[in-house]
Design a protein around this ligand. Sequence first.
Ligand code: GLC
Length: 529
Amino acid sequence: MSGADVSPVPAGSAVTAAALAEGLDVTGCRRPGAPLVLFASVEVAPFAHVGGLGDVAGSLPVALAEAGVRVIVVTPWYGELPAPPGPVEPTTMQLVVPGLSGPETFQVWRGELRGSVPVLFLANPTLFGLPQVYIPDRDRERFAAFSRAVVALLHVLPVEILHANDWHTSLAVIWHREQRFRSRALFPQRSVLTIHNLAHQGITDVGYARALGLEVEGLIEEERSRYPDTVNLLARGILAADAVTTVSPRYAEEIRTPALGEGLDRLLRQRTDRVFGILNGIDTAWYNPATDPALPGHFTADQPQGKELCKRALVRELDLPGAGEQPLVGVVSRLDRQKGIDLLVEAIDELVALGVHLVILGTGDATLERQIAEASRRFPHAVVSVLRFDGELARRIYAASDLFLMPSRFEPCGIGQLIAVRYGAVPVVHRTGGLADTVHQWDAARATGNGFLFDELTPEALLAAVRRALEVYRRPVEWQRLVKNALQTDVSWARSARAYVQVYEVILGLAAQASGHGGGAGFSDDVDE
Ligand code: GLC
């Protein structure tokens, strides 16, 4: 079984690739000659949403389309398919690709993201029949087959850029490169791999990787040294992609160091001229405190009064004492070590002693959940924990909070702090990754900055930053200025979407150099043919 075995099989009589492309309206675009991008992700909000990857895949493509590229999103369909008419419709296209135990067939369904970007849903009830994105034991098999189907689509759509995300679709980049090696004419596309979190690499033992159809001869140094006899899907994707991006400039630097390189820093240093850090944005139409239907009051930077209303309402909703006089500190997070929630747990008693109300929303690690639940029992009048995922409550917390805590150990970009500033909650964050790129230290003398940062990863440093923030909170004029700065922070996708377009243009040879990081070594075609 090799990467070349993929074959799109049109089902029924009338379907041709061209018809599919036409039906998808990939011919119309705002900018003549704009590249067509196939954006592959295993999570796309709002269809399937587990974490930050889903947020990005559900919003970046829309911004890319607005920046002038044509873009089609491709993602698995999880669970049962709805009977039409529904949010998705069947096409007559199917893709048959090699799987672990024989050919796998994907029916192609289509829908739309925010009414504008076409989305292809690849449906296969055997692999993706459960309404669940991740099934750890089976993910390599499931995402390998999906990645093959993505490569098969390259046969039938006039795609110029394959844009994959994380290890799950890294395989599509790897197989695409193998195919291009065999036939540049059939596979002229260029590829981009975006790393959302280097901690997840898709490490697979050699035998299994071979069964999945990977050419595993010649392990790379990282595979031999770190976990012997394994294949590292992300590492191979990094090597195969024409450009590698990650989700903030600072993380792009950090992952080239042994401290945060998760064992792949050498590889990333080798590819330095092709590694770009591009900051994530958020969908500012969706996350909009001026219109958000989940909020009891609305506000903007110029008319911030509604925020007070949101705070009073939340204090009531959560049964906290008072009418919102105390500073409200919000935490909306996956509860795990990456997010530094263990530091928060250690700091809770002192935080309460500072006289704040603390609201924590999220799920995660069982021990941390238990410790947080215990703290809210210990301090029923100061600490509220809601251990579930609730998007609307999350937005009410962002809107009500004065401070937003995010003590992440490492953070490729982070979305919580972006939503926080958008909703006027002043972030207090560890200076790492995307947090360092998006939160700027408040400077009273110049009235600049939108939050507070701390350097050492200790409960003491976290508390010291909260204390500094509370000093400003007690000076209302200064505080209002700080909240206004937060509310005015540009967290939209616009600038970043343009940076992605530049990367596409560079790897297509349409531009000499991309902005952001890049050694300017040029992007010569390095397929060894
Ligand atoms: C991952 C990262 C997070 C980032 C998100 C989207 O979840 O941990 O920092 O914001 O991906 O790129």
